[in-house]
Design a protein around this ligand. Structure first.
Ligand code: 26V
Length: 818
């Protein structure tokens, strides 16, 4: 049988072809002589899936035997994108698959495009989680991701008359070949009900009798590492009606309604919340959090118990990383499982809990940290609320010994926010229970200590660390930019940079080499041509690849200042229109590309989108401007579009108000691909500048340490005339929709301008002029571009992963020898 299996899973072209055709016939149930591109994709994916499962099984067996410490990455979001190319590339069988398909009459590139994105995330936080999985697998760590199998991913954005509309992303209706349903891996998840206290043999015990129970069913998604047998697991939970519970209601005669009411359990894992700004205290969101965290912890404990008879070594075998505050309910849940279910003493359980958890914070301001009302917790998770109160009481008692009875100070530290509506501060709860808390860039980690968690830093300084984010160079360089990949490998004389990005420094010496420069620009032009074709297809706008591709793609947020970008675009158009023909010949032609989704309820962000499209319409049809300026809004920005856009960008904008972007990760992807940054002193921009050198990046705007003062004084600040004039143009209806844009214009009125667009405007225009000047000097620009790629080694997520592994999780790489 083993021999048969090995034959079946052989990786020569012929065996692969046979497996694809078999899947066409037996999985897709189509004729092996007639199937379309989509069916070819499904058959190919299934054939790859077989190979993934084999390596997944080997790997799970290996780690079971080793009983090595494992990290569990708990995240509400995993923004995975497509898997086919990633999988065959990481498994080292891309060429075979390309050839196999080719001989069958299909083109791998076309087949790959048939796959729908797995968009189970909003933006930075979710994509970071996906990059971590790739890195953990590649670096041979023992790791699992845990999350939710949403039926609806992030909404799909369409534009109607320039306005954003949201379409449901029912991504599973075409089937998902990458997941393995584990109908037997299920856990009961309880909600509501009441808690009874009883004295048993001298100790108080608590029995939670819930009112509602659902079942969590596991779906496993194998994650292959690059060039290693280490295929790790992303386990996503789906909610199903519980089989056993509630049998009573079936005897009341209302059979149909009993079924319908049970069916409502499934809503828990139905939809990803698309707002990444503020928590809204929605019960369903808290249910989602508890649902996936409880299932994950039960699963982790069951696996541990397979090998151990006590929990003494739990923290030596298990590390749990909380991706922001979203999975924090795991803290009282682990306590509940250890104390109420496993019968441990509180002190022992608390000791274990505080050795297991660590948390990453991804936001800059305290207001975005979640709070759940005591009232809601009391109703939904009564036992957890008790546990939280006890954790808080013990914590405050301990703190009192250090700081005395200063009431205000204690109130700030308290996990419970007092007041009319009491609430639980999830950030504080996570911090008290975690052995480590980290920010995602150097500046951000400092801000956490100085501001967001200042009071906690004073008592727990040892808990605070920095872990600057990174991105995976597999997806974000090696396979989204094959031209550059081959060139890097050729000039560095090795492919080893794919797992050791520091090797890119080897390019420094060639930055001015005319041969490299020539090849470099050829590759870049090829990438730009691909994007130009796409832009024409979606918008009808013809763009020249000689023009500078100036890109800003990210979620639409006021702090990210897409509006600042639009204002400078209007300014540029206006300047061009006032030029003589002779002056016009000196203008650097630009294609301004903007993309990103606005949260469905975020009106100001939606107005920014409408403004981009309106301004674009006007400029793109202006004969006086012609090809000197084009403005394109790319709808439905997602991971797959990023893979097309990033390699084709000359300039990319990361222009949030100084200090307001925790890190940023797309900046790293652009830098890696040889795109120059126009950047403020925010998050990891600062560290990128340090690595690639001041002369290879365009930095402008206020300093982070000035922002507080500038905000305080903004009522008195006089923005430049130009700024007023451009706002005036929008206000007075130059772009139509006069009424609609008023509210948007108000956001930058003197007293209101919280994100300091007025303050930074002059500096921004100067930086833009410096960009133009650099671009006309082709030799200089190309050198800068090469220096960006050469200096990006530090922003490989492998560096980040190693730092977490060594300084937070305490895990070591270990590889199955096959
Ligand atoms: C936040 C919230 C707030 C409560 C309601 C629901 C919800 C859902 C998602 C989020 C995530 C927003 C946080 C986020 O994505 N932060 C970004 O994390 C990136 C990775 O660390 C970082 O590069 C970005 O600077 C940061 O904005």
């Amino acid at each position: 049988l083993m021999w048969l299996m090995d034959q079946y899973l052989k990786n020569d072209v012929l065996s692969i072809q046979k497996s694809i055709v078999d899947h066409v016939e037996y999985t897709i149930a189509r004729s092996r002589f007639k199937f379309d591109d989509f069916e070819a994709y499904k058959a190919t994916a299934n054939s790859v899936r077989d190979r993934l499962i084999e390596s997944w099984n080997d790997n799970q067996q290996f780690h079971r035997d080793m009983d090595s410490k494992r990290v569990y990455y708990l995240s509400m979001e995993f923004l995975m994108g497509r898997s086919l190319l990633n999988s065959i590339f990481n498994l080292g069988i891309k060429e075979q698959y390309a050839q196999a398909l080719n001989e069958l009459g299909y083109n791998l590139e076309v087949v790959v495009e048939q796959e729908r994105d797995a968009a189970l995330g909003n933006g930075g936080l979710g994509r970071l989680a996906a990059c971590f999985l790739d890195s953990l697998a590649t670096m041979n760590y023992s790791a699992w991701g845990y999350g939710i199998r949403y039926q609806y991913g992030l909404f799909r954005q369409t534009l109607q008359d320039g306005f954003q509309h949201e379409q449901p992303d029912y991504w599973l209706n075409v089937g998902n070949p990458w997941e393995i349903e584990r109908v037997h891996v299920t856990y009961p998840i309880s909600f509501y009900g009441k808690v009874e206290e009883k004295w048993v043999e001298g100790t108080k015990t608590f029995t939670w009798t819930p009112d509602e129970m659902v079942e969590a069913v596991a779906y496993d998604n194998p994650i292959p590492g690059y060039n290693t047998g280490n295929t790790i697991n992303l386990r996503l939970w789906a909610a199903k009606p519980s089989g056993e519970f509630d049998l009573q209601s079936f005897n009341t005669g209302d059979y149909v309604n009993a079924i319908l009411s049970k069916q409502r359990a499934e809503t828990i894992s139905n939809v990803l919340y698309p707002d990444d700004r503020t928590y809204q205290g929605k019960e369903l969101r808290l249910k989602q959090q508890y649902f996936f965290v409880s299932a994950s912890l039960q699963d982790i404990m069951r696996r541990f118990k397979d090998h151990h008879s006590t929990f003494d070594n739990f923290a030596d075998k298990v590390a749990v990383q909380l991706n922001d505050t979203h999975p924090t309910i795991g803290v009282p849940e682990l306590m509940r499982l250890l104390v109420d279910v496993e019968g441990l003493q509180w002190a022992k359980a608390w000791d274990i809990t505080t050795k297991v958890f660590s948390i990453t914070i991804h936001s800059v301001v305290a207001e975005t940290l979640e709070k759940w009302s005591v009232e809601l917790l009391q109703t939904l998770l009564p036992r957890h609320l008790q546990i939280i109160f006890k954790i808080n009481a013990m914590f405050l008692e301990e703190v009192k010994n250090k700081i005395g009875n200063d009431y205000d100070h204690l109130a700030r530290l308290s996990i419970i926010e007092e007041g009319e509506k009491k609430s639980v501060k999830m950030g504080s709860l996570a911090l008290v229970a975690s052995h480590t808390v980290n920010g995602v860039s150097k500046l951000h980690s400092e801000l956490l200590k100085e501001r967001v968690f200042k009071d906690f830093y004073d008592i727990f300084p040892h808990k605070f660390q920095n872990k600057t984010n990174g991105v995976t160079q597999r997806r974000w360089l090696a396979f989204c930019n094959p031209g550059l990949r081959d060139m890097l490998t050729k000039w560095l004389g090795t492919e080893a940079w794919i797992t050791n990005l520091d090797l890119l420094t080897g390019l420094h010496q060639y930055a001015s080499d005319p041969i490299l420069q020539k090849e470099w620009n050829l590759v870049r032009r090829h990438n730009k041509a691909r994007l130009a074709t796409y832009i024409e297809a979606i918008s009808g706008v013809k763009v020249s690849i000689d023009a500078m591709f100036d890109v800003q793609v990210k979620r639409i947020h006021q702090y990210k200042r897409q509006l600042l970008n639009v204002l400078s675009i209007i300014h540029r158009a206006d300047c061009i229109k006032n030029m003589s023909p002779a002056e016009k010949t000196k203008v650097v032609p630009r294609v301004c590309i903007i993309g990103g989704k606005a949260a469905p309820g975020y009106e100001i962000a939606k107005k920014i989108i409408k403004l981009v499209t309106t301004v674009g319409e006007k400029i793109n049809n202006d004969k006086d401007i012609g090809n000197l300026l084009k403005v394109v809004f790319v709808p439905d920005y997602n991971v797959s579009l990023a893979e097309l856009i990033i390699p084709a960008s000359d300039l990319s904008q990361h222009i949030s108000t100084a200090g307001n972007e925790a890190s940023g990760t797309s900046n790293m992807k652009f830098t890696m691909n040889g795109c120059l940054l126009l950047a403020t002193l925010s998050g990891s921009n600062i560290e990128i500048q340090k690595e690639i050198g001041d002369e290879n990046i365009f930095v402008f705007g206020a300093k982070p340490e000035e922002v507080d003062r500038l905000r305080a004084e903004r009522r008195q600040f006089q923005p430049p005339q130009e700024f007023h004039r451009i706002i005036g143009m929008i206000r007075n209806g130059k772009f139509g929709d006069t009424e609609y844009f008023q509210e948007l214009c108000q956001t930058v009125d003197g007293g209101n301008d919280f994100y300091l667009l007025g303050n930074d405007f002059s500096s921004y225009l100067e930086a833009q002029a410096a960009v133009d000047e650099a671009y006309v000097d082709r030799e200089r620009w190309t050198r800068m571009s090469i220096m960006n790629t050469a200096g990006s080694g530090n922003f490989s997520i492998d560096r980040t992963t190693r730092e977490y592994a060594e300084n937070i999780w305490g895990i070591k790489p270990c590889q199955p020898t096959s």
